[in-house]
Design a protein around this ligand. Structure first.
Ligand code: AMP
Ligand code: ZN
Length: 460
């Protein structure tokens, strides 16, 4: 099947052509683990998970690599300010190592809750320091670096088309307009590849290097890991749209400086989740976590459904009402499929329509509409079930498991159902209605069919 994706590099939808026939190298910029992931971050990983699942469903073998930024992400993109991990450690009385360990675990847990397939390889920045130092040595040998009082910097003027990804030549990138100017930098877009530790104190995380004790610049880890695991040029590089102007141009510049080749052929970016009018962000401190959703009684799968209703290149205005609507939709799907027969046969054309939607730049909203079409179609329920399960391998809504859970009823509910059966046989309709109300209050759906009553309880 022909797959088209929007490539930020060419600013258009393109036919996807992998370097090798059946294999795909995919790199996703991972989380900075100094705080809880917010649902904006989790949207990013959900989207790339759906894309990966689709590629897998089309027979590709996908090698998926992701970093975990546990050092070197400064509070400012302009290489000023504190390391976010050190800062979080200082304010909570923990070491940067403890902070990173704790929030990495939270992140993994959130991924699991959202049914996101684990990457083939996840690598912590602190586990690749040696390779990062080797990479910086090459940059130095090739003459791309200069030294300032606080670190080794990459001279972006040495790259002819620096910033091609974001068309930075046309974007106001004047550093002084945003933050205090670093007067030692030769160009506003230059960035640190190695930062020196302060002279008056030891950092929690610091390493010896040919340039002095310090720590790597944030962009370095992605260049190094992607090259080590996927080669000089790989297929797809993904991240949030905020990476378009700083992180990805810098990653791309240093990778191409070292290898002389294009780092990735397709660069894909998800738009942001917005909340209360602004971008949801950890540093602004106003964000919603997956744990907040769960505490309010929402399922991570309802959030996944909400994400899929939106196209990844459109921002998603998060509201509790929209999540509520998504949870209702998902509940209705489970109620519909609860009584379907075992999967068998085929739904004519609909699987094809689903794949076409996904192949059109991951149009998940359209794909969900096709899922609904399957439910509403007059195909036998066994064929519908087979088709839905096939689609769910891509959507990842965990429908089979949710259906099975809905059909499992507790002993207490079984007793009420038995009693209701008895009173119905005695035609005691008012008692039957009273028991139905009792079941409804417990979240149970009861239907009276010619074969008797049947019940489900949708549980998330
Ligand atoms: P971070 O942990 O801040 O490095 O972000 C992890 C991922 O989430 C990156 O790919 C970011 O581009 C992405 N991201 C950050 N904020 C948002 C947001 N509000 N909506 C969607 N994606 C985001
Ligand atoms: Zn990255």
């Amino acid at each position: 099947m022909e797959i088209k994706v929007y490539n930020s590099l060419t600013r258009q939808k393109e036919l996807f052509e992998p370097i090798q026939k059946n294999k795909i190298g995919l790199y996703t910029c991972g989380p900075t683990v100094y705080d809880y992931p917010h649902i904006g971050n989790l949207l990013a990983y959900t989207i790339w998970d759906v894309m990966k699942r689709f590629l897998l469903s089309q027979g590709y073998k996908v090698t998926h690599v992701m970093n975990v930024t546990d050092v070197g992400h400064l509070t400012s993109d302009a290489d000023d300010g504190e390391d976010k991990l050190e800062k979080a450690g200082r304010s909570s009385g923990k070491s940067a190592w403890e902070i990173a360990e704790y929030f990495s675990r939270v992140f993994m847990n959130n991924m699991h809750n959202l049914n996101i397939l684990p990457p083939t390889k996840m690598i912590r920045a602190t586990d690749s320091i040696k390779d990062q130092i080797e990479f910086v040595k090459i940059l130095e040998e090739k003459g791309y670096l200069y030294k300032t009082s606080d670190g080794m910097y990459f001279d972006t003027s040495k790259i002819e088309d620096y910033g091609k990804l974001a068309n930075l030549a046309n974007v106001d990138q004047q550093e002084g307009a945003r933050v205090e100017k670093n007067l030692e930098k030769k160009n506003p877009t230059d960035f640190a590849v190695w930062k020196f530790s302060p002279e008056d104190r030891a950092r929690d995380m610091e390493w010896e290097s040919p340039w002095g004790i310090g720590f790597p610049g944030w962009h370095l880890e992605c260049s190094v890991m992607s090259r080590n695991e996927l080669g000089d040029t790989f297929d797809i590089h993904t991240g949030g749209i905020d990476h378009l102007t700083v992180h990805h141009p810098n990653e791309m510049a240093q990778s191409e400086a070292v290898t002389g080749k294009q780092q990735a052929n397709y660069w894909m970016h998800n738009e942001h989740v917005k909340f209360e009018g602004g971008k949801m962000s950890k540093s602004a401190g106003t964000f919603v976590r997956l744990e907040d959703l769960k505490e309010k009684g929402y399922s991570p799968m309802s959030f996944r459904y909400l994400v899929l209703q939106n196209h990844y290149r459109k921002s998603l205005n998060f509201s509790w009402e929209s999540l509520d609507a998504a949870q209702s939709r998902l509940t209705n799907i489970i109620k519909e499929i609860a009584w379907y027969d075992k999967p068998k046969g085929k739904c004519k054309d609909l699987c094809e329509e689903f794949n076409q939607a996904m192949a059109d730049d991951i149009n998940t909203a359209k794909a969900l509409a096709v899922l609904q079409k399957v439910i509403e179609s007059d195909n036998p329920s066994s064929a519908k079930m087979r088709c839905i399960l096939k689609m769910d391998e891509v959507l990842g809504l965990d429908l089979e498991n949710l259906k099975n859970k809905a059909l499992e009823l507790s002993g207490e509910i079984d007793i009420i159902l038995k009693k209701r059966k008895e009173v119905r046989e005695k035609k005691d309709w008012s008692e039957s209605d009273r028991l139905r109300d009792k079941l409804v209050a417990l979240g149970v759906d009861v239907q009276d069919t010619p074969k008797g009553q049947r019940a489900i309880q949708v549980k998330f």
